[in-house]
Design a binder for this molecule. Structure first.
Ligand code: TRP
Length: 456
């Protein structure tokens, strides 16, 4: 069947600028900001790492985000369909679409597991499960929880069902409406947590850690972590922002919208740092604890702080809410493809893909526990393998495809039309953007990619 000419139902568009920013920032702001950013900042020594991270967002993250939006809006379809519309039916660039489908499904499979842990921790926090426990006991509790065969999977499935419910309801009635309710809640909670953390005696140490750079603490690996994380936190390279871009109205200024999303994402990551590190320093805990920072270190701190019971619940609720507005954006990539290009109804596509992705997620979860020995491939358990395959392989390739496509394939005149809304608005720095898309971003991405594979 000729897919290009098949009559499509009229596609939905996000209602207005604020909706676009809310939904796309909802995708960008997630576990990456509240779980990962604080712990890699802790691991890499604080302020100096944050400066490098900000440069990565501005110099590479922003241009890739703009490129993704341009491909989506100009192509006007799902991730594969957009590449097809712009590059032609048999073009090798379609690979960019298919690899994004694979990446978005893979990322959701393990993201759902970690998000499930957050839900589980909301329940633990409500039942005051951390009270009276020593730090070692809280650590053991985390370990027992994530390695047990039933509980984390049950929470993962609850989380995936909520994700599916929102996507099932559609782009406007589901994704947009849900994000508009959740994002203000998220901001409210994070501000409350920051106030609590900053008013603890001894909070200054955490602020200095976050904002007073000491470049001697920065390593080459830290720079690469910063760039890799810039990709993850902006949801780049897996078709999420291409798909969302296709729901953006033709008259919106893409560059400004993308800039505002980068700013919102960065502000929330910094607020997460402000909610966490002053408390970490106030209680004299080591900041560089790695992935256990929010699931082990923080509950330990909450049990000691005045009002801790309440703030602990709020914190894990925050994680779960942030994760949900991101997970819907991951599922939407393949649902949009299946319903537009494969002719499956949106509802069926949602159910089928959720089942498939959750199934892979269950394997990831089991590979951390009882089946640690058997569920491995290339020397990694499935959970780490899924994370590695997406963060270190698929995302850099997908991101590079977007910028290379914009830099080298799409005609300059078409790029300008997209950026200026056919001449209706003035956009500065177009030449600088094209230069970045052609050279700077691909080279930066290639360096991270080769390093993550151990080649350089
Ligand atoms: N950006 C989100 C976060 O920081 C996660 C996310 C959403 C994502 N969509 C994505 C990550 C697509 C990779 C790819 O948590």
């Amino acid at each position: 069947m000729d897919l290009q000419n098949r009559p499509l139902k009229k596609r939905p568009l996000f209602s207005n600028r604020l909706s676009i920013i809310t939904v796309a920032a909802g995708s960008a702001i997630g576990l990456g900001n509240i779980w990962k950013f604080p712990y890699i900042t802790g691991k890499n020594g604080g302020a100096a790492f944050i400066i490098v991270y900000l440069c990565c967002i501005a110099l590479i993250g922003l241009p890739v985000l703009i490129s993704d939006f341009m491909i989506g809006r100009r192509g006007g379809k799902n991730v594969v369909g957009s590449f097809r519309a712009l590059a032609g039916d048999r073009s090798p660039w379609l690979f960019g679409g298919f690899i994004a489908l694979f990446g978005s499904a893979t990322v959701l499979s393990f993201y759902g597991v970690v998000a499930g842990w957050s839900l589980g921790y909301v329940v633990k926090a409500v039942s005051n499960g951390f009270a009276g426990k020593s730090p070692a006991e809280v650590g053991a509790m985390f370990n027992d929880f994530v390695t047990s065969p039933i509980a984390p999977i049950a929470y993962q499935l609850i989380f995936m069902s909520i994700t599916a419910g929102v996507v099932y309801a559609g782009v406007k009635k589901g994704i947009e409406a849900f994000s508009k309710v959740m994002m203000p809640i998220l901001i409210g909670i994070i501000v409350l947590l920051c106030i609590r953390s900053l008013t603890l005696p001894g909070a200054e140490g955490g602020i200095a850690f976050l904002f007073k750079p000491d470049f001697s603490k920065l390593s080459a690996a830290g720079v690469l972590d910063a760039l890799g994380h810039a990709f993850f936190t902006l949801s780049l390279g897996v078709g999420t922002m291409i798909t969302y871009g296709s729901y953006i109205d033709k008259d919106e200024n893409l560059a400004t919208t993308a800039l505002q999303i980068c700013i919102a994402d960065t502000v929330i990551a910094l607020l997460a740092g402000i909610a966490i590190f002053p408390a970490v320093f106030a209680f004299g805990v080591e900041p560089g604890q790695g992935p256990g920072l929010v699931f082990v270190t923080l509950p330990n701190i909450f049990v000691q702080m005045p009002g801790g019971y309440f703030f602990c619940i709020l914190f894990f609720l925050l994680l779960a809410v942030a994760a949900l507005t991101s997970s819907i954006s991951m599922l939407e990539v393949s649902v949009a493809y299946a319903s537009e290009d494969l002719g499956i109804s949106r509802k069926r596509a949602t159910l089928f893909l959720t089942a498939l992705i959750s199934g892979v997620g269950i394997i990831c979860s089991l590979s951390l526990g009882q089946y640690r020995e058997s569920l491995t491939l290339f020397g990694k358990n499935f959970f780490d393998l899924a994370d590695f395959a997406v963060s270190n392989v698929e995302m850099p390739i997908g991101g590079a495809i977007s910028v290379l496509f914009i830099g080298w394939v799409l005609k300059r005149q078409k790029s300008e039309e997209e950026l200026t809304c056919h001449g209706k608005i003035k956009v500065p720095l177009i030449a600088a953007f094209i230069f970045t898309a052609k050279y700077l971003a691909p080279v930066g991405i290639a360096i991270v990619f080769l390093h993550s594979l151990g080649v350089i």
